[in-house]
Write a protein that binds this ligand. Structure first.
Ligand SMILES: [Zn+2]
Length: 286
């Protein structure tokens, strides 16, 4: 989980640039006629996002051919994104590229390790078509986080995953991601989410939901498995030189280095667990 500063984009600029590249004049007219509704939806999104109340926005239940507002269908609103924001040849692509570049080192903010290769609609455009090109609803994401997340819509505050632009710093700065060493041969790792007890109950449940929704336990486990097999040879040398104490000290250094970067990364939790495991340090690593 990583935070990204709120994009400095004006919704009206993005919308007008998308609408401006439509060649079908009747569609342009119909979209311009619902400009107030589109702006209201964006303003409502921003207000609710700042208090983590996006779940209060009601989803649109209709099909692609159904009218969402005025005389504009759901398919036409989704098309604003697909045909006028995404294609490299369209002028609004500049906003797509700007949003993609906001992910530091191109790392996906939802999982903290995948490469951000796409924009994710925090509120999916299929259910919230008025928000299909709202920049604050568009978050750089890796393909696994974008495609793999559950299709369910949050209907309570605690069901909402973390929003990288809006959510509070404690989701980033307080440790909630932990791991434990499973004493198998070779060793394996189990990841779990455990929020600090002083967080609100809503926030404690939200971080667990975020962890489950993006299937982080399984995906972190794959990363850790690779790391553990790479570590084996290195720790063998530490062990030969200074036995268990040498292994512990090497792992502790890696833990401190990782935690200075990101408190809640799979690597931080991994090294914290490994350095704290007597079994692993005394030979379980072999
Ligand atoms: Zn991801």
């Amino acid at each position: 989980m990583r935070a990204i500063p709120l994009p400095q984009l004006n919704f009206t600029d993005v919308l007008n640039t998308c609408v401006g590249s439509i060649s079908n004049q009747p569609l342009t007219t119909r979209l311009n006629a619902i400009n107030p509704q589109l702006n209201n939806a964006a303003q409502d999104f921003d207000a609710k996002a700042t208090t983590a109340d996006l779940f209060q926005i009601l989803p649109f239940a209709g099909a692609d051919a159904d009218i969402v507002s005025g005389q504009v269908t759901k398919a036409e609103l989704k098309g604003l994104y697909t045909f006028h924001l995404v294609p490299a040849t369209k002028p609004a692509r500049q906003y797509y590229d700007y949003l993609m570049m906001r992910a530091p080192l191109r790392i996906c903010p939802f999982c903290g390790f995948g490469q951000a290769t796409t924009l994710d609609h925090y509120l999916p455009k299929a259910k919230f078509p008025l928000l299909s090109v709202h920049p604050n609803n568009l978050i750089p994401s890796c393909a696994d986080c974008n495609k793999g997340k559950s299709a369910g819509i949050a209907v309570t505050k605690e069901q909402q995953s973390i929003h990288p632009y809006f959510d509070q710093a404690h989701f980033i700065n307080d440790q909630w991601l932990f791991a434990e060493v499973i004493e198998t041969s070779p060793a394996t790792i189990r990841y779990y989410a455990q929020a600090p007890a002083n967080w609100s109950t809503d926030d404690q449940t939200r971080i667990s939901n975020h962890f489950d929704e993006f299937k982080l336990a399984q995906r972190f486990c794959v990363q850790a498995g690779d790391e553990l097999s790479n570590l084996r040879g290195e720790l063998e040398i530490d062990f030969q030189v200074s036995q268990q104490a040498g292994v512990e000290s090497a792992l502790r250094k890696k833990y401190i280095g990782a935690s200075l970067q990101h408190v809640n990364s799979w690597r931080t939790a991994l090294y914290q667990a490994l350095a704290g495991s007597n079994w692993y340090c005394s030979g379980g690593f072999k």
